[in-house]
Write a protein that binds this ligand. Sequence first.
Ligand code: SIN
Length: 328
Amino acid sequence: MTRPRILVLGTGGTIAGAAGSATGGGYRAGGLALSAMLDAAAGLGLEAELVGEPIAQIGSQDMGWDQWSALHAACLAACGDPAISGIIITHGTDTAEETALLLDLTLPAGKPVVLVGAMRPADAVGSDGLRNLANGVAVASDPQGGGRGVMVVMGDAVFAAVDVRKAATAHIDAFRGFPRGPIARVTPSQITWFGPPHRADAPASYAWPQSLPRVAILTAGAGMDAKPVEALLGIGCKGIVLAGMGQGNAPGCVLDALAAAAKAGIAVVRSSRVDEGMVERNVEVDDDARGFVAARALGPAKARILLQVLLANGISDPAGVQAAFDNL
Ligand code: SIN
């Protein structure tokens, strides 16, 4: 039987991190080459052929347009290559949810695309990187893995890009899904999917943009004034995502300034700074009157990515932006 061929795109992160000590505290994310990780994976006896393609060797705090463009192009080429069964992206955990959502919005859903990372560097005792990679291989090779959009595999769980977020900074069980939990449980030898693929053979939802417009996240805090809104408009933001209190709220002066911005054509999306924040329209804030959009279950970081993609695709009116958040 021929083994499935999996393209592994390396970007760095802690999964490619080296501490130089199995028990030390400090380490450098992205220090190890992808080839070193694939050499280690070769000893695991995986039922797949892994083909490596380095994209970057960085901590994911530096992930941006250049790396995203290269990832998107490589994924698109692999989606059209009948020899490739699935795609794995090794990625830092800090911004995995942003890259996952951006690719989820802009890639066809036919083949599995899986981000994997690690919370412990590759040379740390109890490192989780190779396990997450082996689990990613199981998902990317599974005939049931396609048609589910981009996924993140961490801690023996599979999350959909729309749901996933990093919810802890220290332990290996650091990722959570909201509003849905994991869509599958996985080990290197077994996958239990909790439902059927929902996007089988679906085309990309949005075109890959020429660039991403400037959209900022404004975190609300008690006692703040409206000056940060003025500052963001002053640097040319085309959109503002409010990381609001509770139901996406903010002091009255801030909401007034954001409403004025919305009236002037700036897209304003209300999300919540609360970890499991669900922001619905017109609950505490009159979105209809103020021209705002409610982010629903998307947290600030992912709401920013969706808004950037929408604006880049010419969708900027509050009704159109709201429909995209509603239909995610
Ligand atoms: C990073 O995101 O690159 C550093 C943290 C990690 O990978 O866990």
